[in-house]
Design a protein around this ligand. Structure first.
Ligand code: ADP
Length: 257
């Protein structure tokens, strides 16, 4: 802040007023920091009204169901699911802002990996007609980490697998282990990713082609956030893919021995 001022006197030399300017010397502030602060404020401001609009829509949906007004019930249900999508996008923006400002908090608790997988699959099953096959016979153990954030990674990988395989009828999620780590993989039989683009998929705002922007909505943040969450828990994330055939996204986390 830089200030400048001047005192105005009346005819008897008595000070009657002070004129001044206060300047914010923003140019000295780091450009990136300003952008991050701005993103943080905008996403916060978006979140609050979204939460109340969702509450109203849910309330009206219930009323329509009670009144057996099917047309309104269907439309209001669609409205809730669109608000949910918008919420996820805003949440991703908020997460990126937090991550880059070093403000994303991680819990360190012991949890059962299988239970988490079943929980996430149950939630996602409601939103898709595809079959989500769980292959988890090989290992049933616990890890230490952030349960909610790990669930967020599973959700991201599964929703991508579903989104990017419009013509397939199933996706597979599997859990195995080695001596010291648990490995979770999500396999889809969808559009795949061209070899030359695979190196970029975990980057911020990366989306494979222009066509994606219209065919498959998204911001290109899910994998970037997922990679950061896994790294912060001392794990690894990677992918294999073949254009036109499908993809396998995997991550590993240390086992609690
Ligand atoms: P979004 O899905 O919102 O674009 P992501 O960060 O989750 O963002 O993914 C980045 C990009 O990686 C996507 O735009 C898409 O091009 C590609 N991608 C991610 N998952 C898959 C998948 N399962 N199959 C094909 N392409 C994928």
């Amino acid at each position: 802040i830089r200030t400048q001022g001047r005192v105005i006197y009346d005819a008897d030399k008595i000070p009657i007023r002070m004129l001044g300017t206060i300047m914010d010397i923003t140019e000295e502030k780091n450009e990136q920091q300003r952008k991050d602060e701005f993103m943080g404020i905008v996403t916060h401001e978006l979140k609050t009204p979204l939460t109340s609009v969702k509450g109203f829509a849910q309330f009206l949906h219930q009323r329509a169901v009670q009144a057996e007004d099917n047309t309104s019930a269907v439309l209001l249900q669609k409205m809730v699911s669109q608000i949910n999508k918008l919420n996820l996008l805003v949440q991703d923006l908020l997460d990126v802002t937090r991550m880059e400002g070093g403000k994303m908090k991680f819990q360190n608790i012991e949890f059962n990996f299988n239970e988490l997988i079943y929980e996430v699959v149950e939630q996602i099953s409601i939103t898709t007609s595809k079959k989500i096959i769980i292959q988890d016979k090989a290992w049933n153990g616990s890890i230490i980490g952030d349960r909610e954030r790990t669930g967020q990674v599973l959700t991201n990988l599964l929703t991508n697998a579903i989104k990017y395989s419009p013509d397939a009828d199933k996706v597979i999620i599997s859990l195995t282990s080695t001596k010291d780590k648990a490995i979770c993989s999500v396999t889809d039989f969808g559009i795949g990713i061209a070899k030359e683009n695979q190196q970029y998929v975990f980057e911020r705002f990366y989306r494979e082609t222009e066509a994606h922007v219209t065919t498959f909505p998204g911001l290109g943040l899910g994998l970037y956030i997922s990679a950061e969450i896994i790294k912060r828990q001392n794990g690894k994330i990677w992918m294999k893919s073949e254009k036109g055939k499908g993809s396998v996204f995997s991550f590993s986390l240390p086992i609690n021995n």
